[in-house]
Design a protein around this ligand. Structure first.
Ligand SMILES: [Zn+2]
Length: 402
């Protein structure tokens, strides 16, 4: 790939998407200097730039680097056997850290230049974030939630630590804020697919969840809530979390509050879709497969309503979950958005600029003066969607959160 080590290079493409809108078709020349977009000009200026001794790369279509807003780097999504998965988790931390590096490299190769790690019990996400900062361009930029907060003896031990009461929240959130980019709140358990519902009570009351949000805000940190089911969703919106993750069993009423309070949504279709598509991996009955389909259809319907209401949509895969492979999963999640009825443009906004804006990154779109954080494709994905899956070049910007 030209430019990987070049301080200065040019790139001529047939078209590009800046993360928010499709730019006019026709040759466009990008000049990149020290990882920054020094210039963007219409037309093919390769000859003049080559005459100045600049390396020139050519390609079909340029888009911003993709953002996977919900991953667990220390988990490997590929193995689907339950025994293998539980053995993976029992490995020593050094081996899990190696797995996390592999996941991050895999994501970057697929064109994912920013990931938000939604928690691991060893805080390996914070370690890998540091490594990504030390060797710019080698890994995606990592936003890390470190360890989240949960209730003792409740769901989420693989990604969160316990808080017992309000004093504990007031004490532990500032501590977590010194090392985590965001505070992850485990509000509910997982869906009981056999029952086709979320059957447990929320782990926190609205007042407790609001306390987490408020203390985090005082520490300049946003919050994101693992949450599904009507009761948990009601708590999440009342508390005013920064984003709702998963959010299965969504309703129009909840989405209206989310739009009004600017609460983002990361629907993570992938893990449920995998179990629907491969029921044999878990041994689901025909009835449970029916439940999974219903849950996915309901989710898709609400994604469209969310878009209509103007809810800030992020695209996250929950990579590391069973069957949800780091990197590749982002294209499956994109397919789910498009299948639901969103345009590819709206989907790619969720997968690029919306997340960058939500995370407060210095530059949300690909523009002159901003970081050159981009994926080069052979063809326009608006003409050939499959072109997304085989990027020809990936450049990740060595930037930290603002
Ligand atoms: Zn997750």
């Amino acid at each position: 790939m030209v430019g990987a080590d070049s301080v200065q290079f040019a790139l001529v493409v047939d078209g590009w998407f800046d993360g928010e809108s499709r730019q006019p078709d026709g040759p466009t020349t990008f000049l990149v200097q020290n990882g920054v977009v020094a210039d963007i000009s219409q037309g093919d200026h390769a000859a003049a730039l080559a005459a100045r001794g600049l390396p020139v790369e050519r390609g079909g279509y340029l888009i911003p680097g993709l953002v996977d807003a919900h991953v667990h780097l220390f988990l490997d999504g590929a193995p689907t056997d339950a025994k293998l998965r539980s053995e993976h988790m029992k490995q020593p931390v050094e081996q899990l850290a190696e797995a996390a590096r592999r996941s991050a490299r895999q994501a970057l190769a697929a064109g994912v230049t920013v990931v938000r790690d939604a928690g691991d019990r060893h805080g390996i996400n914070n370690l890998i974030r540091r490594e990504a900062q030390q060797v710019p361009g080698s890994l995606p930029m990592i936003r890390s939630a470190g360890l989240g907060v949960k209730r003792p003896k409740r769901y989420g031990a693989f990604m969160a630590s316990d808080v017992v009461d309000e004093n504990d929240i007031i004490r532990s959130i500032p501590e977590m804020s010194t090392i985590n980019d965001e505070i992850k709140l485990i509000l509910t358990g997982i869906i009981d697919f056999e029952a086709g519902a979320v059957t447990d009570e929320p782990q926190f009351t609205a007042a407790e969840a609001r306390l987490v949000v408020e203390v985090a805000k005082e520490c300049d940190r946003s919050t994101f809530a693992h949450c599904s089911g009507a009761k948990g969703l009601a708590v999440a919106v009342e508390a005013g979390v920064g984003s709702i993750e998963h959010g299965f069993f969504m309703s129009r009423e909840i989405l209206e509050v989310m739009a009004a309070k600017d609460i983002a949504w990361t629907p993570t279709f992938c893990p449920v879709h995998f179990q629907w598509a491969h029921p044999e991996a878990v041994g689901w009955s025909a009835q449970t497969v029916g439940n999974l389909r219903r849950i996915l259809d309901d989710h898709a319907e609400h994604l469209v309503i969310a878009r209509e209401l103007g809810v800030r949509l992020l695209l996250g895969t929950d990579a590391g979950s069973m069957g949800v492979v780091h990197g590749a999963a982002v294209f499956d999640e994109i397919d789910r958005y498009v299948e639901a009825g969103l345009s590819l443009e709206a989907t790619l906004i969720a997968a690029t600029s919306a997340a960058r804006r939500h995370f407060g990154l210095p530059q949300a779109v690909l523009a002159k003066g901003g970081p050159f954080d981009a994926v080069l494709l052979d063809a326009s994905p608006f003409v050939e969607p499959a072109a997304l899956r085989t990027p020809r070049g990936v450049w990740s910007a060595p930037l930290c959160a603002a």
